[in-house]
Design a protein. Sequence first.
Length: 178
Amino acid sequence: MKRLATTLGALCLAAAPLALLGGGGAAGAAGAVSRYQVETLTITATLHAYVTTNHTYTVTLNPCTDTFTGTGAVQVSPTRWLPIETITGTYDGSTLSFYASYPTPAPNVAYGINDVAVVTGAFSGTGFRDYFPGTKPWPVTGTVAVTATTDYANHGAFVSSDPGADAAHSCVGMPITH
C-alpha cells in the first residue's frame, strides 16, 4: 500500500506542471502568438489649398522601428500620374507622420504631416508644404491601407529564409511586444 501511495504521489507531482499550463498552454506557444511581420502600406494623400493635388505611395513598413520609405506619384491630370515622389515616415498603427518630396521637375518642393491620428484607415489634419523659399500650413487628408506581406511562424523561420546579420537582428517573426 505504501508503494502505491508513493507512486500515485509521484504521478501527481509530474502532472502538476501540465495542469498549470491548462489546455491552451501548449497551443498558445505553437502558433497563437501575434508576431511582427513585414507589411506594405498604401498611402493616399490629398493636399487641399489653392491647388488640390492627389498623391499615392506604396511603402514597406519596418515593424521593428515603425519607419517606412518608398516611392509615389502625383496626379497631374484626371488620367496621368507622374512617378516622381519619394516618401519617408513613421506609422505605428494609429499615428502617421511623413515627408514627401519631388526631386524633379521641381526640386525643393515637398510636403508632409506630423503625428496625425489614423482612425479606421483615414486621416485628416494640417500638414505643411515646402515650396521654394518657405513653409506654409497645408490641409492634408488621406487613407492608409496595411497589407501583411509575410507570415513567419517564428523568428527562426524568418532568419532561415534570409540568412545574415540583418535578419538575425530583425524583430520579424518575434512575438509582438507593443
